[in-house]
Unconditional design. Structure first.
Lengths: 823, 118
């Protein structure tokens, strides 16, 4: 394929489909210039996850990165296409010549012509600006109505409910989500949603929308005359392709809208392509992310002179709306069907089968979508098992082997064969590798559990075995230690492992024993399990000296204590630096100096800050309402309380935290494993944040909690993480890999879906009540002090290899240049 | 050059460094023999090993503070600095077999641990 050097490509529209096009071109070495015009004031963002914006996800989080070399003009609308001269003009007055033009103008929400539809208080649900407007209006609103009970309508209803509005949904047809489920499924879905307090009106239309004296929406009137009080109305009654530019320049468009394209996504002008929701491909406008992405890839391939074709798409969907799983795949009817309905449990499953009862045609699931992943690949193929077993497929009752051509990721059109080939060719060993390599699982994520299964079936050990000494994962070892009451590494490895352990399993087991409160980390045999930092309760530095970090809870410290730290540093000749976590690091201490340094610090009321441990580090805070004129809560007080509660808690990796006293977020809580931000009503709790190598904003777990509820939720979050995470897995990676994600986490720790909350609470209570300072325990125990010597046979002689020079009035290690001797 | 092979040939002068009970199972300790830093290890089965205390990758004298274990049945120590694993018996680095720690003969005489480094 040629790289199309010198080609001028212009893209109109910058939504997810346009993003996929330019990303694909960029990834394949497109050598031309790319200019993109986007009407919205910001770059393309993930529209599938739009609703998460209202629950706290930031625009930056949702925004796709713009590939290098692409010229992006946001807030600029293309107003005309001059096909004869191949130039587009914009509302900013630009003219941009093109060799190839791609229209990715998307769609606009359809607003039915009902009286009052333009009143203040009427909205659509498509862009971040729409959501901002809805959120602003919700502050003075009590109730809202969504017109349209389809997929997007229910998303919008979820958003209104999240904004605290009394929410109604109006659907024309006889049941909700008529394009995805049948009447039986619709009734089960309705039960779930009504259970959440929403009011559903099916078989209903809109006569008018009424305004009050201030001109704003006050009610929606149904054709039967019933008025629903509402201050907000959201239209979500379908989409219309944005084909006006194409129409104006004479491109062929469909009778009911949409730019006509061939199977190469080319319009009636050979220099112009159309992709996404504005395109009419094979007589269909596709509104799902999967087919739109495929269209973008086909167009990219054609631009690069390839031969890819778009010949229709699998319209299967699996989603979780308002906490209910809904899935549909293949056909929605068939000669035979098998139905399971449990109105009490809120589960509905129906499979459609050919008249000879041999071929699976499709299926509908509500309340439990497990069969979706297992069965969708079998559509049009012989039934892999008895139909009654298939209804419970995915629940472990039916074991099914997928054929190679089975589509695993429908968002990105990735087959099982492609994934297996990537695993074999590239030697992939984990889900992240499969995601990076094949794109499977990178859009909606519903196929991630399948990726894991495929890795396992391909003979890949998905990182489950901790090391050569244990075939168990860290989480399994935790359960074994917990349930069997194991107190030593020797017992664990003798009964459940092989060999004598190593630098991987020993510290991991040491951490598990410590998390479960099985003694001081330097007691007896446990001392030999610890990494050097835990052995010496300090952090090793490049010249073999250690750093000492006393705990300064919440970053609050008295002048007297500051003076003590200064005196200790001066007397022992240590280098001092303020850390990023509002503490003071004392560097350059030799092993034999550590106990005397701790003695001085402990006598002055300090304790270990656990900077050396896979444990809680610090709970950072801003000054909060005590001093700050903006603060709404006492962030310092809470930070100190949290730090004192969780200090010393050993975990799979380090734990960082912060508390901000208002929404300005000066403590940067959203970059922490658990972060708390004050609200007028209480505290918002965010989890799974990370700075470091791979930054991640924490997700909002719960809002407006009282202090007691906040502490209980953090207790359970931490203990559940400690129980189930892999070795050295931070909360960010743990949460991303958690099957079911944030919703599942909420179910487990806030709704007690696994029935383990009492145990989690008890484990945390035991930690809190048995905490003791590790430094003090060490300096008071001559046996533990034995190892704090430079040389066993010359305890008074300092390590002669350690030396320092002076830089900016402080010490700095001198390293002897070293050449690694090779044999 | 093979540092490893020179050592046994030069063995013969034994220096007492500590008592056997000064060493803890599955741990190392640093000892000073002349101006040479040696890391002495006692494994779970009571066996002793002596290697150079200099971590050849980081240039710091820290090998005695590494975690002791086994790899494919062979006793090992992992550098506390960057976790490279070395055989306690041969000193060869399992992660980079072109690198090895010097090993020294070690024995127990009447409860006293002796190392030969000459």
């Amino acid at each position: 394929m040629e790289d199309r050097k010198g080609m001028r490509l212009v893209v109109v529209g910058h939504g997810p489909t346009a993003h996929r096009l330019i990303e694909t071109l960029s990834g394949r070495g497109f050598g031309g210039t790319v200019t993109v015009f986007g009407e919205e004031p910001r770059p393309a963002y993930d529209r599938v996850a739009l609703t998460s914006y209202l629950s706290g996800r930031s625009v930056e989080d949702l925004t796709y990165p713009v590939p290098d070399g692409v010229t992006l003009r946001t807030g600029v609308r293309v107003t005309a296409i001059d096909r004869a001269n191949r130039i587009v003009t914009t509302d900013a007055g630009d003219s941009e010549p093109y060799d190839v033009l791609v229209l990715a103008t998307g769609s606009a929400p359809f607003v039915p012509p009902v009286p009052g539809r333009d009143l203040p208080g009427c909205f659509v649900y498509r862009t971040i600006d729409d959501l901002d407007a809805i959120r602003d209006a919700s502050r003075d609103a009590r109730a809202g109505v969504v017109i349209g009970g389809g997929l997007l309508g229910l998303e919008a209803a979820d958003a209104l409910r999240g904004l605290g509005l009394d929410t109604h949904v109006i659907e024309m047809s006889g049941w909700l989500m008529p394009r995805q489920v049948d009447e039986g499924g619709g009734s089960v879905l309705r039960g779930h949603i009504e259970g959440l307090g929403l009011t559903i009106h099916t078989g209903a239309g809109v006569r008018s929308i009424e305004a009050g004296q201030d001109g704003r929406v006050t009610a929606l009137v149904k054709p039967d005359g019933e008025a629903i009080e509402a201050q907000i109305v959201v239209f979500s009654a379908g989409i219309r392709p944005r084909d006006e530019l194409a129409r104006d320049c004479g491109l062929e468009v469909g009778e009911r809208g949409g730019i006509v394209v061939d199977e190469g996504m080319r319009t009636s002008d050979e220099h112009i392509y159309a992709i996404g929701e504005c395109a009419l491909a094979g007589g269909m406008v596709y509104g799902l992310v999967g087919p739109c992405n495929t269209q973008a890839e086909v167009a990219a391939e054609r631009i690069l002179d390839g031969q890819a074709a778009f010949t229709g798409a699998d319209m299967s969907t699996k989603l979780k709306l308002l906490g209910v799983e809904v899935a549909q795949f293949g056909a929605m009817s068939g000669a035979l069907d098998v139905t399971y309905m449990d109105p009490v449990g809120g589960v509905y499953k129906r499979l459609f089968i050919s008249d000879d009862a041999k071929t699976l045609l499709g299926g509908i699931c509500v309340g439990d979508a497990a069969p979706y992943n297992a069965l969708r690949p079998f559509v049009g193929k012989p039934l892999p098992s008895a139909p009654s077993d298939l209804l419970f497929a995915g629940a472990g009752k039916a074991s099914i082997d997928l054929p190679d051509d089975a589509q695993v990721c429908s968002c990105n059109n990735v087959t099982k064969g492609k994934i297996c080939a990537a695993i074999a060719d590239k030697g992939l060993t984990d889900v992240q590798g499969v995601k990076d390599c094949t794109r499977a699982g990178t859009t909606c994520g519903s196929c991630v559990p399948m990726l894991k299964q495929i890795l396992v079936k391909s003979g890949v050990d998905v990182g489950k075995a901790l090391c050569e000494h244990f075939t168990h994962s860290r989480a399994e070892l935790f359960d074994i230690v917990n349930v069997r009451g194991i107190t030593t590494f020797s017992q664990l490895i003798a009964e459940h492992g092989t060999g004598r352990g190593c630098d991987i399993c020993k510290p991991a087991v040491a951490s598990i024993l410590a998390s479960l409160g099985r003694g001081h980390i330097l007691d007896g045999e446990q001392a030999a399990l610890q990494d050097t930092n835990d052995q010496f309760l300090a952090n090793i530095q490049k010249n073999g000296t250690y750093s000492v970090v006393p705990r300064i809870p919440g970053g609050e410290i008295t002048p007297d204590k500051l003076i003590v730290i200064g005196e200790v540093a001066r007397d022992f000749g240590l280098y001092t630096k303020i850390t990023g976590a509002q503490r003071i690091d004392l560097l350059g201490a030799r092993v034999e100096q550590l106990p005397s340094i701790w003695r001085r610090l402990v006598d002055a009321g300090f304790e270990s800050g656990h900077a050396y441990g896979k444990a809680l580090r610090t709970v950072k805070s801003c000054v909060g309402s005590t001093w700050c004129r903006y603060g709404v809560q006492d962030s310092v007080g809470l930070a100190i309380a949290l730090e004192l509660r969780y200090r010393g808690l050993r975990s799979p990796h380090k734990l960082k935290s912060a508390v901000s006293g208002c929404a300005r977020e000066c403590a940067e809580a959203r970059s922490k494993d658990f972060g708390v931000i004050a609200t007028e009503q209480g505290w918002n709790l965010y989890v799974g944040g990370n700075g470091g190598f791979k930054p991640r904003h924490a997700d909002l777990l719960a809002s407006d909690l009282s202090t007691d509820d906040l502490v209980r939720t953090i207790d359970r979050f931490l203990m559940f993480y400690i129980r189930t995470a892999d070795r050295l897995q931070r909360t960010a990676a743990w949460l991303e890999n958690l099957d079911g994600g944030l919703d599942y986490l909420r179910e487990v720790i806030m709704e007690d879906s696994l029935g383990i909350c009492a145990e989690l609470d008890a484990q945390m209570e035991r930690h809190v009540s048995t905490y003791a300072d590790e430094w003090r325990a060490t300096i008071e125990d001559p046996d533990k002090l034995r190892r704090f010597v430079s040389f066993v046979n010359a305890p008074g002689v300092p390590d002669p290899s350690i030396s320092f020079e002076t830089e900016r009035d402080q010490i700095k290690p001198v390293l002897i240049p070293l050449e690694v001797t090779r044999r | 050059m093979t540092i490893l092979d020179e050592m046994p040939a030069l063995a013969g002068h034994w220096t007492p460094v500590c008592t056997y009970t000064d060493l803890l199972p599955e741990r190392g300790a640093a000892v000073l023999v002349g101006d040479r830093q040696v890391a002495v290890f006692r494994t779970f089965d009571g066996a002793l090993y002596a290697l150079d205390n200099l971590d050849p990758f980081s240039g710091a004298y820290v090998m005695s503070r590494g975690i002791v274990g086994t790899r494919n049945g062979e006793p090992t120590v992992a550098s506390p600095m960057h976790k490279q694993v070395f055989s306690l018996a041969t000193g060869v680095c399992a992660d980079d077999t072109g690198v090895a720690l010097p090993t020294y003969p070690v024995r127990v005489t009447d409860g006293t641990v002796e190392v030969s480094v000459v």
